[in-house]
Design a binder for this molecule. Structure first.
Ligand code: NAP
Length: 500
């Protein structure tokens, strides 16, 4: 069950938000009395409560806002119990001095904002002796292994344990704790009102992660990268799972550079079924997996990890085929879809010499296209061209040569630098195809230049959605719902004009 926390300084706002949450279907609401600017009149808050409540009043040393005395605080908690609230939150050190009374259930809580102690099980055992109905343990995750240890504790506990980790690294545990038996997870009233680091809003918990549907049987997938907070992949995959009726959830794992192998090993006991892989881990993922597909071997980078029948990791690269499909879509006529043979002998100019250029370049060279790499740092262009077996030119010369296919594999034009383009409009010609791998915004300045000149063009959304759809197939065995995925991405990134 999702417990939604309300922390407001005015009691009228608390009552108002409580009613709004009940109208949206909240089943349990935590009232943070310590946030109120004056000692609260409990009756006003709980008399006609529209949902069951947890009464919590945190001290300053526990990162709460309580300004009264400790005696006043404990008196309030006792009064809540006498008034018959559904739950009261008692920190470990006061749980003994506030005895059980009536039907009120006791959440005995432990918070650690700095880290996840090694002796989690010992802390849990200590708390089990304090007559809890629910043990709540919330710690800061400083590594994925902290989160894995926490979820193991939740799973192995005989007493219902609401256990999860704070911070961006710990965020997945707020969604996954239900799978491992946690009776509660906590969410905020809205995205802008985080009461603890890494908290998700009630809306995100329900609409993106479908928390109430996460059970022991739910399969788990995720994206590994750093940074990861703004990844669109959780939205795309979770919405796709839901629309295809697949019992699975997809969460973002922030994994610092250089720690992929150890992090995935630490997460192994959680039985994660598969990962999307993004910057900076694509090369490390290729090295980590026991088996690699042909594209991964050719490119040396993987964006997808799945488990085979004997639980070994299998690395795939869906970027390269997705880029090729996008180019073929751009070359197709309404009555004549283009095929790979249409790429043979055509001239392609790729701007950039990073990971995307390597994936697109490898795929095009293999299809028989005459590829030229051009990058701001010429040394990188030479190195990539040598590696994949193609030509290179200097950045200054990119306007010459009249390529049939232009591919932008630089971030130039990406939000927020939307007024930049890596290629001048007057260099384009009317038999050209312009493919911009940048997908935010959908209509980059480069794409706009092409459209103004009637030049065929394909946006980065095409590649992004197609690589995700291929991952979906690898994860679930079912074709990815491309149209629905495209709509999801557009809804998130496009201003209204782009959607029209
Ligand atoms: P990367 O490995 O960091 O490579 C970036 C390349 O762009 C490098 O060659 C870099 O040149 C060049 N570059 C960066 N800033 C530049 C500037 N201001 N002017 C000229 N060149 C510049 O990144 P990546 O993984 O290849 O990704 C590149 C872009 O591809 C991303 O930003 C993303 O928009 C797009 N992408 C799209 C998809 C999709 O599914 N649609 C998938 C992957 C990537 P230097 O060496 O000189 O820095």
């Amino acid at each position: 069950m999702i417990c939604v926390s309300i922390g407001r300084s005015r009691w009228k706002m608390v009552v108002h938000e409580h009613q709004a949450l009940a109208a949206k279907g909240a089943e349990l609401v935590e009232l943070r009395l310590d946030w109120l600017s004056s000692v609260p009149d409990l009756n006003v808050l709980i008399q006609n409560r529209p949902t069951p409540v947890v009464i919590t009043c945190r001290r300053r040393e526990d990162r709460g806002r309580w300004r009264g005395t400790e005696e006043q605080r404990q008196t309030l908690l006792r009064a809540a119990i006498v008034a018959g609230v559904e739950y009261v939150d008692l920190e470990e050190d006061i749980a003994k001095s506030i005895p059980r009374y009536g039907k009120t259930k006791r959440i005995v809580s432990y918070h650690n904002f700095d880290g996840t102690p090694d002796d989690l099980a010992a802390i849990h055992q200590r708390m089990a002796k304090l007559d809890p109905d629910i043990i709540k343990i919330v710690t800061m995750a400083n590594s994925p292994s902290d989160m894995a240890r926490m979820l193991r504790l939740v799973k192995d506990s005989a007493i219902p344990t609401a256990g999860f980790c704070m911070g961006e690294i710990g965020m997945p545990s707020r969604v996954l704790c239900g799978k491992y038996g946690s009776p509660l997870t906590y969410a905020t009233f809205s995205e802008s009102r985080e009461l603890a680091p890494g908290q998700l809003s009630f809306k995100q918990m329900r609409e993106i992660y479908n928390y109430d549907a996460v059970t022991e049987k739910t399969r788990v997938f995720g994206v590994v990268g750093d940074p990861i907070a703004h990844s669109l992949s959780p939205l795309i995959h979770n919405f796709a799972f839901r629309s295809e009726g697949i019992d699975a959830v997809y969460v973002p794992f922030r994994i610092p550079e250089g720690t992929l192998a150890e992090s995935l090993q630490a997460l192994d006991p959680l039985g994660i079924d598969g990962y999307s892989v993004t910057i900076p881990h694509k090369e490390a993922a290729a090295k980590f997996a026991e088996h690699c597909d042909d594209d991964v071997r050719a490119i040396g980078a993987s964006n997808t990890l799945t488990r085979n029948e004997i639980q070994q990791w299998q690395a795939a690269n869906t970027d390269a085929p997705a880029a090729l499909e996008s180019i073929l879509k751009g070359l197709s006529a309404p009555d004549k879809p283009a095929t790979e043979t249409d790429l043979m002998g055509r001239k392609a100019l790729i701007l950039g010499a990073g990971g995307a250029a390597r994936a697109v370049g490898t795929a095009l060279v293999r299809a028989g296209t005459l590829v030229t790499i051009c990058s701001r740092t010429h040394k990188r262009a030479i190195a990539l061209a040598d590696e994949i077996g193609c030509q290179h030119i200097t950045w200054e010369n990119r306007g010459a040569g009249e390529p049939d296919i232009l591919v932008n594999c630089t971030p130039v034009g990406m939000h927020p630098n939307v007024n930049a383009s890596p290629y001048e409009g007057h260099w384009m010609h009317d038999r050209m195809l312009v493919f911009d791998t940048v997908y935010n915004p959908e209509t980059t300045l480069l794409i706009r230049h092409a459209r103004e000149r009637g030049v065929r063009n394909v946006s980065g959304i095409e590649m992004f959605v197609r690589q995700a759809a291929r991952q979906f197939k690898l994860f679930t065995g079912k074709p990815g719902p491309i149209e629905q995925m495209r709509l999801t991405v557009r809804r998130v990134i496009s201003p209204l004009g782009d959607l029209a």
